[in-house]
Design a protein around this ligand. Structure first.
Ligand code: PEP
Length: 255
């Protein structure tokens, strides 16, 4: 049985004050949740303060990006060691906004995944097709390329704790989520692909989140699917009420 994981990607939102206000509400309301991992991913500027605030709680800290080099002349970048230093446990890698706006390639994603694992952090590796790719029946080709190239050179052991987030680009921030059936089909494909490349055991243990316009209204149908192990939530993670509802609905019996 895979443990559910619900993560909030705050993107470029929230000052330190806003972040603390939000995470305080979450930690009070979620203090009794034991059966899932709950992760918040604030912007870099709020990581340290949020990390201090949630210390000892059951909310974990994640970053939204990093650079693969250890340290040096890389103006504006943040390393895995720096994230570890502020008590991050998770790092989102290859989000479609980074791929599309900042031109991150599959090869960049692979270097970042290796840097994260090398420091003992857990990557949340985002994969997903664009609308035109889905319309051209290329969804599985794109997912296959994203997965194979993100995980290239890793061992089955490296996959322990690694998380994949299936985030169809057409569903991110649009209010149009993938249906439970569409998401399940891709999640099953990812698990199968990982089984073929790394073996049945790592594939069976791999947690695959769905992301893309997740709300309290659609989480219950998504989370019931056998290969959907949680959610990566953007917009709805910025309000305590909606994120709390998503977490609670994810944990209802039968989910
Ligand atoms: C995201 O950006 O990871 C995301 C899923 O955003 P939203 O929930 O707003 O679609």
């Amino acid at each position: 049985m895979r443990r559910k994981i619900i993560a909030g990607n705050w993107k470029m939102n929230n000052t330190v004050t806003d972040s603390l206000e939000l995470v305080r509400k979450l930690s009070v309301e979620l203090k009794d949740v034991k059966d899932a991992d709950i992760v918040v991913c604030p912007p870099f500027t709020a990581l340290y303060s949020v990390g201090q605030e949630i210390e000892g709680s059951n909310i974990k800290l994640g970053a939204q990006n990093l650079f693969w080099e250890e340290k040096g002349a890389f103006t504006g970048e943040i390393s895995a060691a720096m994230l570890k230093d502020v008590h991050c446990e998770y790092v989102i890698i290859g989000h479609s906004e980074r791929r599309n706006i900042f031109k991150e390639t599959n090869s960049n994603v692979n270097k970042k995944v290796k840097a994260v694992i090398g420091r003992g952090l857990l990557p949340i590796v985002c994969v997903g097709e664009k609308e035109e790719e889905r319309k051209a029946n290329k969804t599985f080709d794109i997912i296959c390329a994203h997965i194979q190239r993100a995980l290239a050179g890793l061992s089955a052991d490296d996959l322990k704790g690694l998380i994949v987030a299936y985030e169809p680009v057409w569903a991110i921030g649009t209010g149009v989520n993938a249906t439970a059936q569409q998401a399940q089909e891709v999640h099953a494909f990812i698990r199968d692909l990982v089984a073929k490349n790394f073996g049945k055991e790592p594939a069976a243990g791999l947690r695959i989140q769905y992301g893309g316009s997740v709300t309290p209204q659609n989480i219950s149908s998504l989370i019931k699917e056998p290969d959907i192990d949680g959610a990566l939530v953007g917009g709805a993670s910025l309000k305590a009420d909606s994120f709390l509802q998503i977490v609670k609905l994810s944990l209802q019996p039968g989910s």
